[in-house]
Design a protein around this ligand. Structure first.
Ligand code: ADP
Length: 157
């Protein structure tokens, strides 16, 4: 199956990477799709987010990093994907994810959302918390790939 894993990835964390590494061997092709919403303020530019995901995933063969700014369902259709992958960390993720999955399915019946339970080691991790820890000078190496840690430190210096 061809799957699409959408998100902001601002920046990619070890939690995201864990999901990608778990789904890749079970898929024909994984599109990691960066949402670039022009009304949102990202710390990392689209190009930086793209590059950091590419570097972090360079040992995974069947993955392609792409970006989009419209409706996810339209983009998934264009790429011929039948599955949307989303990660579930806690019950707090559920409500929003459920709504998105239902609205997406109402627009495109053949597109299923598949939820993957976050690894216990990463279930507390989010891009926001990593940025917050880094902004106070905390060590973030255990939360993100090395290239992200370096890039984040440089940005905040
Ligand atoms: P979004 O703004 O779409 O939530 P994110 O980059 O925050 O974008 O997350 C993209 C996807 O990755 C979401 O499905 C989210 O639940 C999942 N995710 C985020 N952090 C983790 C984590 N630590 N473990 C597993 N999945 C995660």
């Amino acid at each position: 199956m061809r799957v699409i894993y959408p998100g902001s990835f601002d920046p990619i964390t070890k939690g995201h990477l864990d999901i990608i590494k778990r789904i890749a061997p079970k898929s024909e092709k994984v599109y990691v799709a960066i949402l670039n919403n022009s009304t949102k303020n990202y710390l990392f530019s689209l190009e930086e987010r793209l590059e950091l995901i590419r570097k972090s995933c360079e040992d995974i063969e069947n993955i392609e990093v792409v970006y989009f700014d419209g409706l996810l369902v339209d983009f998934a259709k264009k790429l011929n994907c039948s599955i949307i992958i989303r990660g579930l960390r806690a019950v707090s993720d559920y409500e929003m994810e459920m709504q998105m999955a239902l609205v997406n399915r109402s627009m495109y019946k053949d597109l299923e959302t598949l939820f993957m339970v976050a690894d216990g080691n990463y279930s507390y991790l989010s891009s926001s918390i990593v940025k917050e820890v880094a902004s106070y000078g905390g060590d973030i190496e255990q939360y993100v790939p090395k290239c992200v840690a370096e890039s984040l430190m440089k940005k905040l210096r």
